[in-house]
Design a protein around this ligand. Structure first.
Ligand code: SAH
Length: 405
């Protein structure tokens, strides 16, 4: 039997969503919430009539007050629970190809562990604790992670607390710190034939955008006949290097606002045998993508493949309208530099923008500059970024591959 957890009653008529497998319950759905409960405690949610529904983490400070951990009334939320969930997550990732040495090991709600992100980079892990619930059980979770992954040769776990979402939960946004073992300043990972250097301490997010692996593979697959690729928001060169592995003669232009990201991109080119300084082969442009696109259009430049992978324009619903206009404008500029019959991979990682809304504004952007297009591929979740059926709030990453005329 599990210990007795505090019991929270839902209002009548508010049971549908948690009963249907949705992992979130907002504060307004509860009859009342204990104001004095410490942030992140484990509690039980019951229907208005008192029937048990789910167990999870409570943070009454956040309007997103409750996140479901278990739908089994006998399941205690302790070390064994976390080990089971992490093993379950690891079993899914074992389905990835053997030549992939970096993947998201734990994808929060999608793996039944709301608030917890763990990325694996070869023999090291980078974890993020997004909610008061997982923060409160941090040591327990790190012990569970360590126990599950040690037999796999994991040598160290780094925790990145430099994430703004923690503030919404009343948590401090700190820096990077070693939680277990040791973690070197730079790691090398493999995605098929490509090697990437990853800076887990200072790199963006956990150091590398693992959620674009399937899109990188898609771009590699279509780059065989291409001569030129424009990699907008290139970060450390991901898309360009994936394409170059397929077509080493490809000429690439990589544009990013971050100089450190482009420094690492150059090193990644060298690591994969592509001279970053070879004349007329590759360009690394530090600056704003929209400005670059405007200038490129004025200069009459066109590329066989254009990738646009900007940071999130809308982190919440309040910013949505502005974000939609931003995507329309960006895609207008991007479309103008796609060679006739060329490909445009356009991405959005704004959670507040739906896939269909994104398609609408991309379409509007193309229409504005009189470019017609065929939609040839449409990307959503991937094997190491699972989500839950019905959990539409989780569909942050959208990517459309278009052939543009
Ligand atoms: N495509 C990359 C990930 C891109 S993340 C990959 O597959 O690894 C978004 C990138 O956009 C970051 O590197 C950030 O530095 C850059 N960025 C943000 N705003 C920008 C702007 N206005 N112009 C150019 N780059 C920008």
């Amino acid at each position: 039997m599990s210990p007795a957890y505090p019991v929270l009653h839902l209002r009548s008529g508010r049971e549908f969503s948690p009963l249907n497998g949705h992992p979130w319950v907002f504060s307004g759905a509860f009859r009342e919430l204990p104001e004095d409960a410490p942030a992140g405690i484990v509690a039980d949610v019951v229907s208005s009539r008192g029937d048990w529904i789910a167990r999870g983490h409570l943070n009454a400070r956040n309007s997103l007050a409750f996140r479901v951990l278990s739908r089994d009334q006998d399941e205690e939320i302790g070390g064994d629970f976390y080990q089971r969930r992490i093993r379950h997550a690891l079993a899914l990732r074992r389905l990835l190809p053997a030549d992939v040495s970096a993947y998201r090991l734990v994808n929060a709600e999608g793996d039944g562990l709301p608030g917890l992100i763990v990325d694996r980079f070869d023999r090291w892990l980078v974890a993020q604790f997004h909610t008061a619930g997982v923060e409160r059980q941090r040591e327990l979770i790190l012990d569970a992670l360590h126990a599950v992954v040690s037999p796999d040769g994991i040598e160290g776990i780094l925790v990145r607390d430099d994430i703004r979402v923690r503030e919404r939960e009343g948590l401090a946004a700190g820096g990077a710190s070693i939680a277990r073992g040791a973690v070197p300043p730079l790691l090398t990972i493999a995605e098929g034939a490509v090697r990437y250097l990853v800076d887990p301490w200072h790199g963006q997010k956990t150091g590398f955008f693992l959620d674009q692996r399937d899109k990188r593979a898609a771009i590699a697959a279509v780059s065989g006949d291409a001569h030129t690729l424009l990699n907008c928001f290139s970060y450390t060169g991901g898309f360009a290097l994936a394409a170059l592995a397929r077509n080493p003669a490809l000429r690439t232009v990589n544009v990013d606002a971050s100089a450190p990201a482009l420094d690492l991109a150059r090193r990644n080119f060298a690591l994969n045998g592509h001279d970053p300084d070879a004349p007329d082969a590759h360009e690394f442009v530090t600056g704003d993508v929209t400005r670059f696109l405007q200038a490129a259009h004025q200069d009459g430049r066109a590329f066989d493949i254009v990738v646009s992978d900007p940071p999130a324009f809308a982190k919440n619903l309040g910013m949505k309208e502005r974000a939609l206009r931003g995507y329309e404008t960006l895609n207008t500029h991007a479309a103008r530099v796609v060679a006739p019959g060329g490909l445009l991979l356009t991405c959005s990682c704004s959670g507040a923008v739906t896939r269909d809304e994104f398609e609408d504004v991309v379409h509007a952007g193309l229409t504005r500059v009189h470019r017609e297009a065929q939609l040839v591929a449409d990307f959503g979740p991937s094997l190491d970024h699972p989500t839950l059926p019905g959990f539409v709030e989780d569909r942050y990453l959208k990517a459309l591959l278009l052939r543009v005329w």
